[in-house]
Write a protein that binds this ligand. Sequence first.
Ligand code: AMP
Length: 423
Amino acid sequence: VTIDGNRAPASYFSSPSPNTKGERVSSSSVLVINSGSSSIKYQLVDPETGDAIAKGLVERIGDPMGFIKHVYGDAVTEEELPVPDHTVGMREVLRLFDTEGPSLAEAGILAVGHRVVQGGRYFDGPALITDEVRNLIEELCPLAPLHNPAHLKGIDVARELMPDVPHVAVFDTAFFQQLPDRSALYALETETAEKYSVRRYGAHGTSHQFVSQEIAKLEGRDDLKQIVLHLGNGASVSAVKNGKPIDTSMGLTPLEGLMMGTRTGDIDPAVVFHLQRVAGMSVDEVDTLFNKKSGMKGMTGESDMRSVWDMIHNDDDPEAQQRARTAMDVYINRLLKYVGSYTAELGGLDVITFTAGIGENDAAVRRELAEALAPFGVKIDVEANQVRSGEPRVVSTADSAVTIYVFPTNEELAIARQALTFA
Ligand code: AMP
């Protein structure tokens, strides 16, 4: 692999063909790891059924006292103990599999899948982690300064402790490497954009890809014009035409696009200059303001939609109630703008799918957006929309111009299946 220039040869990283080993025994599994700066989340997944065989997390790595939780069947193990670094954290995870079960050897672990936020221009699919691939992930740290270094800690220690299984990196950006230039490029001066790799990489790609593929299966056709709304604490929307993404709302970083739990989403970049000049804020202060103190939290004091609805319906203070309602209007309006513009880009629309924490659970957000789309023939089935369920379901009426789905995303399963292609 040459890493001169912007891009390694496409053939090296292009998506592998699906595994052709045929039927797998049901005792096979993939360990999925999401390593953050002070945490390790993990899930042992049965890639056939999609079941989480066991899962858990290590939190507060580097603090005087850490916390570990391991769940296997009905058995929940919780421990407080110092976890000075990721090496100790990963050793503790393996110890818990040994003592609390299931034994990783008996679970037939075929691969370890690592979630990686930023794959830059190098990765348009999952990659077997070799030393070269590891170093490319490191090279991309400036584009994801909070995430990629944390992923590398998990990758390094997991490769060391589990040397006999393939380790596979699954990138949040990979799906959106297929974006056409017209939506991937900013109208920024070319030389600067290229020199500093400034373009739209997108995020949540594993979820957008998984959900859009599953919807195509449910609809029984690939030639679909889809909009996927991944609405969690972080939120993004994608337009997928005939299985390929043609636009998405997150950009160079996950800050762009929809209003989120704590992020502004789209904002005039001149607000940055304004706050620096007028409020004397530093770059880091504006970064924190936009990423951690804005969005729902910034406008209402609460980042969780349940709390915002509670303020709207039950707050004794009419001003707080009004503030929350206005914030919700901004949230819904941003969704509406994206659905409208993506419908135009797609040249029509067959399916809108809601997924992630808010998309799967917040019937009121779904209803308000659908009602705003009523002039275009979108009809939500109010009763079906109200039903709480963990199952994929249609919540539009039979005569709606667009089919509205609620589909539970499963990023761990998607990562496990992609990792398995190298097993
Ligand atoms: P995620 O990032 O996908 O885990 O989504 C987390 C967000 O989902 C939370 O911050 C809540 O805003 C939202 N959420 C979860 N459950 C519900 C619910 N029952 N009703 C409304 N919002 C919910």
